[in-house]
Ligand binder design. Structure first.
Ligand SMILES: Cc1cc2nc3c(=O)[nH]c(=O)nc-3n(C[C@H](O)[C@H](O)[C@H](O)COP(=O)(O)O)c2cc1C
Length: 380
């Protein structure tokens, strides 16, 4: 069975495909979203921002709301509990350019739930109905919601919440196959997602523990969902979207690991983007966790990680990264570098940055970027 991964419609928007990068606070920032989009993620919502727009001037929220790159349709995710505040925040996000608004009813964090926001709202369907209704009538862009399967295994009311969402004009739903009480423990279950998909006509995106192209296919088949959302499995492996797209659309053999030279090019591109987005000091700091994830499954990764955590400049970080990801591929790279031609005046580092930039300028059409989704289109 092949899946049509070419386009996905939500409200008046058409997305490049049905593969979504999960919003992950502190991880799926604009540079990471842009990178994943270039590698095949069709839907890339922002990390959550508070419904209290007074906080949007903070450095954190400003970064989360900033537009970056050309490959993503801007979806702003908002978390809150007060229908009027949420509606005002949605309006503000739209005026700042959001093409869609996503409401977070999935976050189990205490900081959020103590105030009956995030997944705590699932306990109060009446309030959820008000929130959905108020936001949908406040904006002209599509409004989507991200939910869990319920508050707890005893109160698995995901189907009722989904129906209520549809009735109130929500354009699509993402469902994380855990209850709020489960937090991140145990395995995600897909039965409730299947029931939700059967109960509503709006697009449903399945989420939770999807970490390979084969798993994506199995979840799509079992739940009948319209799309899948990938979170933790994309950390240090943003090319998972390319593999999924190829596998789902073409039944191509599931891709194993990428050649190390491709991994290196992608990482250097990512670092370059982080430095440009945050400036060098913060960029180096933010890059550390991504480098740790990139190195996780590499031989000698721990030593590299310990070393790269200590450096403070982009120059040192790039040099260590290049050195580490070049090591096993040195022979092959030597041949490839010679074939690049006569960039003799440049240092290795400059060549790499140049190559990363060239790849970016070409829309990522290098050997490491095969088969990305076509650029997303706005039809709204
Ligand atoms: C570090 C971290 C931050 C997260 N931040 C958000 C968030 O801002 N908004 C949201 O809806 N979900 C958030 N989530 C939940 C993910 O979007 C996703 O639902 C969850 O990780 C399950 O998917 P996965 O198994 O593919 O990781 C976060 C998850 C993690 C691990």
């Amino acid at each position: 069975m092949t899946f049509d991964t070419t386009r996905m419609r939500i409200g008046g928007l058409e997305f490049a495909n049905n593969l979504a990068l999960a919003p992950m606070a502190g991880i799926s920032d604009p540079p990471f979203r842009d990178l994943c989009a270039r590698l095949g993620a069709g839907i890339t919502p922002s990390e959550m921002v508070s419904a209290d727009v007074g906080l949007w001037k903070s450095r954190k929220s400003t970064a989360r709301l900033r537009r970056w790159g050309e490959h993503t349709i801007s979806i702003v995710q908002i978390v809150g509990y007060d229908p009027d505040m949420l509606a005002a925040a949605a309006r503000r996000a739209q005026s700042l350019g959001a093409a869609a608004i996503d409401i977070n009813l999935g976050c189990p964090a205490k900081k959020v739930c103590r105030r009956l926001a995030g997944s705590a709202l699932l306990r109060d369907p009446g309030l959820v109905a008000q929130i959905f209704g108020r936001i949908v009538s406040a904006v002209s862009v599509p409004v989507t919601a991200k939910i869990r399967t319920g508050w707890s295994p005893d109160l698995r009311n995901g189907v009722a919440i989904a129906q209520l969402a549809q009735d109130r004009g929500i354009a699509a739903l993402t469902v994380h196959g855990r209850t709020r009480a489960c937090k991140f423990a145990g395995h995600a279950e897909y039965e409730t997602i299947r029931q939700i998909k059967q109960a509503v006509a709006i697009p449903v995106i399945a989420n939770g523990d999807i970490d390979s192209a084969q798993k994506a296919r199995a979840v799509l088949e079992y739940t009948g969902a319209d799309g899948v959302m990938i979170g933790r499995a994309a950390r240090g492996r943003p090319w998972i979207f390319t593999a999924m797209q190829n596998y789902l659309a073409d039944n191509a053999a599931p891709q194993t690991d990428l050649p190390l030279s491709c991994v290196r090019d992608i990482i250097l591109e990512h670092l370059d983007s982080l430095y440009s987005f945050y400036g060098e000091t913060t960029g180096v700091r933010v890059s550390r966790k991504h480098l740790a994830w990139y190195a996780l499954h590499q031989e000698g990764g721990r030593v590299f990680r310990d070393r790269v955590m200590t450096v403070e400049t982009a120059r040192e970080q790039l040099a260590l990264t290049r050195e580490f990801f070049d090591q096993p591929a040195r022979e092959a790279e030597a041949v490839r570098e010679r074939s690049w031609g006569e960039r003799s005046g440049e240092t290795d580092n400059e060549k790499t940055i140049h190559q990363a930039k060239k790849t970016k300028e070409n829309g990522g059409n290098g050997p490491c970027h095969e088969r990305q989704g076509p650029a997303a289109q706005h039809t709204h």
